[in-house]
Design a protein around this ligand. Structure first.
Ligand SMILES: *Cc1c(COP(=O)(O)O)cnc(C)c1O
Length: 217
C-alpha cells in the first residue's frame, strides 16, 4: 500500500519480465481522493496523475500545477466531444479516444490550438455494452482513421471486464497494438498491474493501491 510499495512492485514485475523499469510509467489515479492525500503523493515526488472526469480535474489541478513543477496529467475516463477543448487544454495525455466523432473533434481543435495531447485509443476488449471503447473488430480501421487525421496516437488502452481474467484482455490489446505498429499500452490497475507489465504495459493506472480506498460519493 502506498506509493513506495507500488513503485517497488513495478520494479519487481519489470525485473521478472526482463523489462527496463523506465519503460513503464506509473499513472497515479487521483479521482475522488481527498486533496490532502493527492498533495502527500505529490510531496513524495510522484508527477504523473490521472483523472476520469474533466470537470473534477479542472477543479483541482490548475492549483496543484501552479505549486508543483513538472506535473503531467492524464485523462483516463470517457470524453464527450463538447468537453474536448477543455480536456485538450488541461491534459497532457488522453487515454479514451474511442469513436470517429471524438477523433474528428480533437483533430479540428488540434489545428486551432496548434497542439494536441498524446492520445491512446480505448478498446472495449470485453465487448461490454455499457463500457466505452472501440470494438476489437473495428480497432484497425479506427486507428487508420485517426492516423489519417494526423492525430498523435501513441497506443491503446483497455479496462478488462471485472469478472474475467485480465491477462486475456491485456494479451488481446497487445496483439492489436503490435499489428498496428503502436508502442503504447495503457493497461493494468491496482489489482492487476503486475500481470499487465508481464504482457507489455507501458502505462499502468493505479488508484486505490496508492491513495487508499476511494471515498464513496
Ligand atoms: C479509477 C480508474 C483506475 C484506477 O483504479 P484502481 O482500481 O483504483 O487502481 C484506472 N483506470 C481507470 C480508467 C479508472 O477509471
Amino acid at each position: 500500500m502506498g506509493l513506495t510499495d507500488i513503485r517497488t512492485r513495478i520494479e519487481k514485475a519489470c525485473k521478472e519480465a526482463d523489462r527496463d523499469p523506465a519503460s513503464v510509467t506509473l499513472v497515479a489515479i487521483s479521482k475522488v481522493q481527498p486533496l490532502e492525500r493527492v498533495e502527500a503523493v505529490l510531496a513524495e515526488g510522484q508527477r504523473v496523475f490521472g483523472e476520469n472526469r474533466v470537470q473534477e480535474a479542472a477543479g483541482k489541478w490548475p492549483d496543484f500545477k501552479a505549486r508543483f513543477e513538472g506535473v503531467e496529467l492524464h485523462l483516463v475516463g470517457p470524453l464527450q466531444s463538447n468537453k474536448a477543448r477543455q480536456a485538450m487544454e488541461l491534459f497532457d495525455v488522453i487515454h479514451s479516444v474511442d469513436r470517429p466523432k471524438l477523433a474528428q473533434a480533437i483533430a479540428r481543435l488540434a489545428q486551432e490550438l496548434g497542439s494536441c495531447p498524446d492520445l491512446f485509443i480505448q478498446v472495449n476488449t470485453g465487448e461490454e455494452e455499457q463500457k466505452a471503447g472501440i470494438l476489437p473488430a473495428d480497432a484497425d480501421g479506427f486507428i487508420a482513421e485517426c492516423r489519417a487525421l494526423d492525430l498523435p496516437v501513441k497506443g491503446l488502452m483497455c479496462i478488462p471486464p471485472v469478472e474475467e481474467t485480465p491477462s486475456l484482455h491485456f494479451a488481446l490489446l497487445g496483439k492489436i497494438a503490435a499489428r498496428n505498429g503502436l508502442e503504447g499500452l495503457s493497461m493494468g490497475m491496482s489489482g492487476d498491474f503486475e500481470e499487465a507489465i508481464a504482457l507489455g504495459a507501458t502505462h499502468v493506472r493505479v488508484g486505490s493501491a496508492i491513495f487508499g480506498e476511494r471515498v464513496k460519493t
